[in-house]
Design a binder for this molecule. Structure first.
Ligand code: GLA
Length: 410
């Protein structure tokens, strides 16, 4: 029932074969970068708050080689889309009407903006991260490209700096207003650990994940992406900015972001703003607190407590921040039917919540390993009964971050 984890080796092998077939020579460089799920701290990164993601066992892989000098243009090939793009890299690079190409264009330009002159590069990319599933396929794509480009010029950037470059490239070329969480975890993840990120200063703290014989993390992909996803994301950012302005003008001038608002402040804020802005603020304040509390629970290996924070986070995202959707709520409700904290049936679920930006994408369920199959079946059957289609469910352990792959052994 549970999908097996995709390995880098399989992706690497098919990318190398495709490179050979297309270019009639072997690739000389390769890089991989993981997707992510966020365990706690949703819609807090762009409010300078805390997040707690892990890297998952789904990867973006790219293999490449310097374009031969006799070829004026470079070729970029997406194996998954079966599409290639030919480009003269000597020109000034601008966003184009070709979505996936904007990712490498953005990274290329970002290197140039930092006075790092890249050679012309041919490459093939492939990925096992479902596109539009809220698992950060685009941040992983950018991170794998940036890691390949580092190799091409023989440098190693500070990973947090590389993450900022990737974020900016995504803002400037594909024009996605993403936060810093996704590139940070893709760059800095450490196997077996979650990463608490303080997004105000990009400081990180490693938090050990429970051992595989104690807990399994299921990722359940609704396979829906609601149309409003990106406009609502932008709207939430604007609402947070509006709430902050009101707080600064009418409450305290020294509040620099919603992260500086405390739970005690909330009482005074209720009458200062309209109910929607207040609920948005309340979510951010409570969610930041939940990240800190969740880290404490994980450090104490108290998974029951951690699971309660997961359920609480989901309710807050559903009711206060309003970024969930029916399919995600269904999955979390189905999971809660197996949670002893919520019903009198101990089906092995510690907690569940939506993860990522919302309006579709994935829910995560932390559960006991011995119950994982039964829970998976319950989620599939319950979801299918309502929507007539099954979610895609797989499990993951926390992976390490992006890395260059040595092809001399291949
Ligand atoms: C998207 C963004 C992240 C973050 C989440 C919500 O995934 O890319 O930066 O804002 O939404 O937590």
């Amino acid at each position: 029932m549970i999908e097996t984890e995709s390995t880098i080796e399989i992706l690497l092998h098919s990318a190398i074969e495709a490179f050979h077939a297309r270019f009639n020579r072997p690739p000389t460089m390769a890089a991989a970068a993981p997707g992510r799920v966020n365990l706690m701290g949703e819609h807090t990164d762009y409010n300078q708050g805390y997040v707690l993601p892990i890297a998952i066992a789904h990867w973006s892989v790219v293999v490449g080689d310097i374009t031969p000098p006799q070829h004026p243009n470079s070729i970029w090939y997406s194996l998954d889309l079966g599409e290639e793009y030919e480009i003269d890299l000597a020109q000034k690079l601008k966003p184009i009407d070709h979505e996936w190409v904007n990712y490498p264009l953005g990274i290329f330009e970002e290197f140039r903006a930092h006075q790092i002159e890249l050679p012309n590069i041919d490459f093939v990319l492939t990925s096992s991260i479902p596109i539009g599933g809220g698992l950060s396929s685009s941040a992983a794509l950018n991170m794998s490209l940036a890691t390949l480009f580092e190799q091409a010029v023989g440098i190693a950037l500070d990973p947090a700096r590389k993450a900022r470059w990737c974020q900016r490239a995504e803002h400037e070329f594909p024009k996605v207003p993403c936060g810093i969480m996704d590139p940070m975890i893709s760059a800095l993840a450490v196997e077996g650990h979650a990463l608490m990120i303080d997004c105000a200063v990009n400081e990180t703290k490693l938090v050990p994940m429970p051992s595989p014989d104690q807990a399994v993390l299921l990722i359940a992909n609704t396979n829906v992406k609601h149309q409003l996803a990106s406009s609502e994301y932008t709207q939430r950012k604007e609402e947070c900015a509006q709430a902050l302005k009101i707080i600064q003008v009418d409450f305290r001038a020294d509040v620099n972001s919603l992260r500086d608002v405390t739970a005690a402040d909330l009482k005074s804020l209720r009458d200062l703003m309209d109910p929607t802005l207040f609920r948005r603020t309340m979510h951010v304040v409570n969610e930041n607190l939940r990240v800190i509390q969740s880290v404490q629970a994980l450090m104490a290996n108290d998974l029951e407590q951690f699971g309660k924070y997961m359920f609480a986070s989901h309710l807050s995202l559903r009711d206060d921040y309003e970024v969930s959707c029916r399919e995600l709520d269904t999955l979390v409700e189905l999971a809660s039917e197996f949670s002893p904290a919520i019903t009198d049936h101990d089906g092995g679920v510690y907690g569940a919540r939506m993860t990522g930006g919302g309006f579709g994408g994935c829910a995560i369920v932390l559960c006991k390993p011995e119950n994982a199959s039964a829970i998976t079946e319950h989620l599939i059957a319950g979801h299918r009964a309502i929507y007539d289609r099954a979610p895609t469910i797989f499990s993951t352990q926390a992976q390490g971050g992006a890395f260059a792959i040595d092809l001399s052994q291949e």
